[in-house]
Design a binder for this molecule. Structure first.
Ligand code: CAA
Ligand code: NAD
Length: 284
């Protein structure tokens, strides 16, 4: 499996923008696909803001920032991804949308190209089944915020071949990440542990056992977490968390994975957390 140099990213939201930035920072040539230009603009603004933070901290200088931005092109036409060695999909956590994209990419890409999903919880082999290259399909699960979090979960389906896994481990390390190997089961490794914890924090708040501030302070000061669970839920996105909970509950029927009624109602009310300006907390 030749070196991965040309990278495509589908989705330029919270995660896609971070993945595009991180790959371009590692020297890759990146094309980001979004549903419309407004979403591309929002995503690129997030990338510029993050890179400016790195310049402020002295981690990179302005010319390096500009070179990184110069390695990122944007498009709303999936056909522009046809020359990519690797495409990482980071669109909405919805299997139908992901499968449609995988099928479209599969028709376009050269036989050697790898297609990965940044999905939090969906069945990766189901996406692979929408392509004619299931051996070259895996999960490549980054963590939010991608420019800062060191972990990448590499999800090997029952069909993914070893050269693909080896190429993805090398790619993750080239991006400065620490890859771990996960099986294609809902929530993989981290979310299998994290999501029940986050949902339980919502249940505690819903039951009036403590204030949102005290629940968050409790885990920050008591367990050294950088963010309390309700702050983290706003950061991840309540919409995304709701989809993940539905997906995991559907597979396991474990009550600890069932989306709390409050979460469903917040999402229906458009309260998605930081990204919508309001979740468990309000954001300017
Ligand atoms: N880009 C560049 N720099 C950034 C940044 C970004 N996106 N976000 C923050 N920073 C910088 C800040 O400039 C600051 O720099 P200094 O350390 O030099 O001061 C530093 O990072 C700290 O930022 P903040 O002061 O804003 O806040 P913080 O100290 O708490 O760090 C954080 C922010 C790294 C996000 C930290 O709060 C944290 O680690 N939170 C937990 C995140 C987490 O759990 N992620 C996983 C979510 S689950 C998931 O992703 C999987 C899924 O499928 C849902
Ligand atoms: P988001 O809502 O911030 O971004 C999703 C983006 O996908 C949107 O900008 C939307 O316009 C775009 N999109 C939807 N359909 C598209 C299509 N057909 N073509 C191109 N773009 C399309 O969501 P997010 O938080 O970035 O999550 C994206 C994926 O990453 C999900 O699968 C999620 O489970 C996973 N993930 C999320 C986090 C997190 O903390 N938010 C962490 C790890 C993984």
């Amino acid at each position: 499996m030749a070196d991965i140099q040309k990278v495509g990213v589908c989705g330029c939201g919270l995660m896609g923008s971070g993945i595009a930035q991180t790959a371009a920072t590692a020297g890759c040539d990146v094309i980001v696909l979004e549903a419309d230009r407004a979403a591309l603009e929002r995503g690129m603004a997030g990338i510029r803001k993050s890179l400016d933070k790195f310049v402020e901290k002295g981690a990179i200088d302005a010319p390096a920032r500009d070179a990184i931005l110069g390695r990122i092109r944007t498009t709303t036409d999936v056909g522009d991804l046809k020359d990519r060695d690797l495409v990482i999909e980071a669109v909405v956590e919805n299997m139908a949308v992901k499968k449609e994209l995988f099928a479209a990419l599969d028709k376009l890409l050269a036989p050697h190209a790898i297609i990965c999903s940044n999905t939090s919880s969906l069945c990766v082999v189901e996406m692979a089944a929408a392509t004619k290259r299931p051996k070259h399909v895996a999960g490549l699960h980054f963590f939010n915020p991608v420019p800062l979090m060191k972990l990448v979960e590499i999800v090997k389906t029952i069909v993914t071949d070893q050269p693909t896994i080896d190429a993805l481990f090398a790619f993750a390390k080239r991006l400065g990440k620490t890859p771990i190997l996960a099986q294609d089961t809902p929530g993989f490794i981290v979310n299998r542990l994290l999501v029940p914890y986050l949902l339980y924090a919502i249940r505690m708040f819903e039951a009036g056992l403590a204030s949102r501030e005290d629940i968050d302070e409790g885990m920050k000061l008591g367990c050294g977490h950088p963010m309390g669970p309700l702050t983290l839920l706003d950061f991840v996105g309540l919409d995304t968390t709701y989809y993940i909970a539905q997906i995991m509950f559907d597979e396991f029927k474990d009550p600890l994975m069932a989306p709390p009624p409050l979460l469903k109602r917040m999402v229906l009310a458009g309260q998605f957390g930081r990204k919508s300006g309001r979740g468990f907390y309000e954001y300017k």
